[in-house]
Design a protein around this ligand. Structure first.
Ligand code: B12
Length: 210
């Protein structure tokens, strides 16, 4: 479909207006909003994820692409009937208590949304209690903890422990510059990813979704 290709090209170029125009044009041509999201927006965002992981593009390009994706979603989301977009699962994410860094976490949010996950973003300085409440309240399948300070990494351990009773229902993934796979293993997290694109891959693996 020509219009889907146009939307993908515009999204990857970070052109918000062209993505919006493309979404409206696709609707005029009779395409279903869910198909435009899945085949256009999410497909293009997946390419961005791969390019980012391969160091072919950098953070600014990912951010403008994600912004363009949101512009398209603004047009299409209100028109969705029910849950027609492939629902790959719900993620709760936040930066742990005491930590105000959110640039990396926001990138993870954008990539996860771009990959078709519903994301509940709790923001920064999130207490363990708030994570637990959100996981149970939203029936999340995955929870993401972000920390950028060595001092706040310790918070992650407590949050993972507090989530213990729900571990049958929810997987925990951790990340942030000082976090390592070894640390993730030590605190009993299910997964770790060094960047936003790998986070999507790791979550897919953990949840067993495509
Ligand atoms: C920007 C920044 C700030 C900004 C934050 C703005 C914001 N809205 O986020 C401001 C100025 C507020 C700030 C404040 C402070 N900062 Co600061 N900050 C940084 C800086 C320069 C960049 C961080 C960043 O955004 N990187 C870019 C993003 C894209 O990378 P990222 O966060 O690593 O995220 C990627 C991955 O880690 C991963 N990821 C991230 N989260 C998650 C979550 C999951 C689940 C997964 C799977 C993956 C994942 O994916 C992301 C995308 O690829 C770093 C230095 C550095 N090079 O890291 C210092 C740094 C983190 N800050 C530092 C410090 C000390 C502070 C302050 C204490 C300074 C002070 N004395 O006031 C305060 C602390 C405030 C607080 N309580 O949090 C130190 C931490 C040292 C340490 N080892 O603990 C650093 C390393 C600087 C340094 N070299 O000293 N900071």
């Amino acid at each position: 479909m020509q219009i889907i290709e146009e939307i993908k090209t515009a999204l990857m170029a970070g052109n918000m207006n062209k993505v919006k125009e493309g979404a409206n044009k696709a609707l005029e041509e009779g395409l279903a909003p869910a198909d435009i999201i899945n085949d256009g927006l999410i497909a293009a965002m997946s390419v961005i994820g791969v390019q980012f992981k391969n160091n072919e593009i950098y953070m600014p390009e990912v951010l403008v692409a994600a912004r363009a994706m949101h512009a398209g979603m603004d047009v299409l989301k209100p028109l969705l009937a029910g849950d027609a977009v492939q629902d790959r699962g719900t993620m709760v994410i936040g930066t742990v208590k005491g930590d105000l860094h959110d640039i990396g976490k926001n990138l993870v949010v954008m990539m996860m949304e771009g990959a078709g996950f519903k994301v509940v973003d709790l923001g920064v300085d999130v207490t363990t209690e708030k994570f637990v409440q959100a996981v149970t309240g939203h029936k999340a399948q995955i929870v993401g903890l972000s920390a950028l300070l060595t001092s706040t990494m310790a918070q992650m351990k407590g949050t993972v422990q507090a989530l213990e009773p729900y571990r049958g229902q929810v997987k925990v993934i951790v990340g942030g510059a000082p976090v390592t796979r070894k640390f993730a293993d030590e605190i009993g997290a299910d997964g770790y990813a060094p960047d936003a694109a790998s986070a999507v891959d790791r979550v897919r693996e953990l949840l067993g979704v495509a």
